[in-house]
Design a binder for this molecule. Sequence first.
Ligand code: SF4
Length: 283
Amino acid sequence: MASHGASAQIYAPTTVEDWLYCPMYRHLRRTWLPERVEWDPARLLGTSVGTGLSTHWRHVRAGTAVDTPEYWATILEAAVAPLRAEWQECDLTLGGAEKLVSRGLAEALAAGLDVGAGVLRVDESIGVSRPDLIVRKAQSLGGGLEVWDVKTARSLDARYVQERLSGYDTLWQLYHGAWEAEQYYGEKVIRCGILQVILSPKAQALLHPVEMDVTHLGQWLQTAEQVWQDMSAEERGSRPVTQRYTSCEKRRYGRARCEFHAACHTCFLDEEKMARLYDRRVQ
Ligand code: SF4
């Protein structure tokens, strides 16, 4: 098992992914809100699918999951609740969104994710990460843990599905989740993976397992420790916040390029000018 020897602070995977994208991006996001854009339901659709699956997995863990129409109706109700609570006007109706979630959830439940000898954890923090699902495999299958996360795409053309799945092979979040699960349970993680749910043009759900090799995970940890130290040094002011120009034009969170492009390349980080384009976060 790869163990952490350094005393540096450990940062959550999403924070590290922001920092790896660009240290200045992470720095600006802590103080400024991104440029206002039209509300996009993609994130809420993902939350809904994830809520439906989590609700079902918690029933599996409690031994209360049953295969009846009434049970599946309650799972769907749980899934669409976040949609109904937070829906905003956009290019999709609430009814249309509920249909997408219903179909996507049905595909996800039928995708064949084997919960093995038992569901250990469902969308709960371990350390600073929060995997969607941790299961223990049966001893007859070699034992060990599996860590899964769910990703939902509102729309993904068939031509780009394989590229999306292959991108998960090096997803920081998976390695971090595997490492923290090993620390927490004192057991080896044999596999991590992504359950990719696609809502349109055709509802489908695909399992993408990523085998965890002990050498590979150890190498990830070595890199992670250096990254955490660099982030910590930056927060203490003993290392400057650098700009990563190779990321400025890269897509992020559904935007065609970095949402702080104008801050860096029009305002040159002058806060007075930035205040005309961005709102400060309420601290
Ligand atoms: S515009 Fe470029 S340098 Fe500025 S925060 Fe974004 S990625 Fe970093």
